[in-house]
Design a protein around this ligand. Structure first.
Ligand SMILES: C[S@@+](CC[C@H](N)C(=O)[O-])C[C@H]1O[C@@H](n2cnc3c(N)ncnc32)[C@H](O)[C@@H]1O
Length: 225
């Protein structure tokens, strides 16, 4: 199929419920909304983009596909891309740092009451994003780890509800931990290598820095046992 999604975005697409009204924040080419609408999985989406270049690419792609009625491309910062009257039910925010995703949600949190599901794909700082979700009335309902182009990506799916996550859950992800897949193990083996390398670079007298690294290393070893 033309414009086939990456494995990462396909995994995100699989978590968007049928007939959702989707806001995709940071939709630089509108790939995700285009794919979902073309496959008749959803009938309406907003592709929100804050930077003009990517916004233009999204506009062009949607126009070329003849889908301007189904996909509204809007130049806007984060959740400012939608109004309550749009009846958005699902928000996806992918391919950004976990802290930026949390900041985007925080800045528009008064608009989250009507949202049934968040599908988030942070590139890093997943623990900070899980903390934000837990502190703001969202519970995790699914997680997935994808390996593509030499990178590990986590997808976090959250819905309104109460969550109690331990420090270990926040770092590793409760569903990912329980599943403990081969990709999950490979990611944390890789992290372990990086942390051991970092530890070797820290001089013996920097006790506090070494202790911090050692704690992180121990936590990973426990999980990989
Ligand atoms: C690395 S791209 C990821 C694109 C796509 N979501 C994906 O996962 O492949 C991140 C996009 O998010 C946009 N972006 C960053 N902060 C944003 C914000 N606050 N509101 C809307 N878009 C934002 C950037 O301009 C960029 O086009």
């Amino acid at each position: 199929m033309e414009n086939e999604l990456s494995r990462r975005l396909q995994a995100v697409a699989d978590f968007i419920p049928k007939n959702s009204r989707l806001l995709d924040v940071g939709s630089d080419h509108a790939y995700l909304p285009l794919d979902l609408v073309k496959k008749n999985k959803i009938a309406f989406a907003i592709a929100g983009e804050v930077v003009k270049g990517p916004y233009q690419s999204a506009l062009t792609n949607v126009a070329q596909a003849g889908l301007t009625k189904a996909i509204d491309v809007r130049l806007a910062n984060g959740l400012a891309a939608f109004e309550l009257a749009d009846h958005i039910s699902v928000i996806s925010i992918c391919g950004m740092g976990g802290r930026l995703i949390a900041d985007i949600l925080e800045a528009g949190k008064e608009k989250l009451d009507q949202i049934e599901r968040l599908v988030l794909q942070p590139n890093n700082r997943e623990d900070e994003l899980r903390s934000w979700l837990m502190a703001n009335g969202f519970t995790l309902v699914a997680e997935q780890m994808i390996y593509e182009n030499d990178k590990y990506y986590e997808i976090i799916v959250a819905e309104p509800g109460m969550a109690h996550l331990s420090a270990k859950d926040l770092r590793f992800g409760p569903y990912l931990l329980a599943e403990c897949s081969d990709i999950f193990k490979a990611k944390w083996q890789n992290e372990l290598k990086k942390l051991n390398h970092a530890l070797n670079q820290v001089p013996e007298h920097r006790l506090e820095a070494r202790q911090l690294l050692l704690e992180k290393i121990e936590q990973i070893k426990e999980v990989l046992l």
